[in-house]
Ligand binder design. Structure first.
Ligand SMILES: [Zn+2]
Length: 260
């Protein structure tokens, strides 16, 4: 009995995500439309699959948009780019199926050659106007390197993230931008909040205890890229991130609530 009351007091003391952050949106997934945009097949499953799967279970609708074919990530001398692109597309579709993603869009740009140019921004704007997300996840373009982890960020990640932010504002919002979209029934759209994937700098944390296993299962579909050791590292990182807020497993992001 005493145990129970201690537990409920603890819960009462812990404010919801949104009251803590002063945000507007509901902390559950119900009613949310989510678009997650990554440079390569697997980026989103590493970065945000846990919270997306959780929100989908709670009633959100989620879409993935993958900018490149991911066709350079292999050291196997028997592998070629065409074959790898096919494999990675299949792997991403299988992973998305596990997470309950409604649809995966592929832009099929060349891996390692992604540029933050008007073509890419227009393509992303088109998808934003099509699926009309309230929430967008993408890679933080400010993440250039990590001294802490001895890591140079992939240029495709930076360019993807920057193009997504540019597409959210001002491109998707302004009706005179890409006016041909309106002829196809794609109206201007305002995204409400954005979560940036940055493994070093985070200000918003989600408890993914109920979906960490789904995230690992989804990641394990990327057989051409991910070893068992990597899956263990992902679990360990989720656990370390969780410790910041007292969760068993968590994902962390930089959050931007958009007020335009
Ligand atoms: Zn990547």
């Amino acid at each position: 009995m005493q145990k129970k009351s201690q537990k409920s007091m603890k819960a009462a003391r812990r404010p919801s995500l949104d009251s803590r952050r002063g945000g507007r949106a509901s902390p559950t997934g119900r009613g949310k439309v989510i678009l997650a945009v990554g440079a390569h097949p697997d980026d989103l499953d590493f970065g945000c699959a846990g919270i997306i799967a959780k929100w989908v279970k709670e009633g959100a609708t989620a879409y993935y948009l993958i900018c490149t074919k991911g066709c350079k990530g292999s050291n196997d001398p028997k592998m070629n780019s065409k074959k790898l692109a096919k494999i990675r597309k299949r792997e991403q579709l299988e992973a998305a199926g596990i997470l309950g993603i409604k649809e995966v869009f592929f832009l099929n740009h060349e891996d390692s050659e992604l540029e933050n140019n008007l073509e890419l921004k227009e393509e992303i704007t088109r998808i934003i106007r099509k699926v009309r997300p309230s929430v967008v996840f993408t890679l933080d373009p400010l993440m250039i390197y990590s001294q802490k982890r001895g890591y140079l960020n992939h240029p495709d990640h930076r360019n993807c993230g920057q193009a997504v932010l540019d597409a959210i504002y001002p491109l998707s919002r302004d009706r005179l931008t890409f006016p041909h979209h309106q002829k196809k029934g794609l109206k201007p759209h305002k995204v409400k909040e954005t979560y940036l994937i940055n493994f070093d700098e985070q200000d918003t944390f989600f408890n993914i205890r109920s979906t960490i296993n789904l995230k690992i299962k989804a990641l394990s579909k990327h057989k051409s890229q991910i070893s068992k050791e990597t899956l263990e590292r992902v679990k360990e990182r989720a656990s370390q991130t969780g410790k910041i807020k007292g969760y068993k497993s968590a994902e962390g992001f930089k959050r931007i609530i958009l007020s335009f």
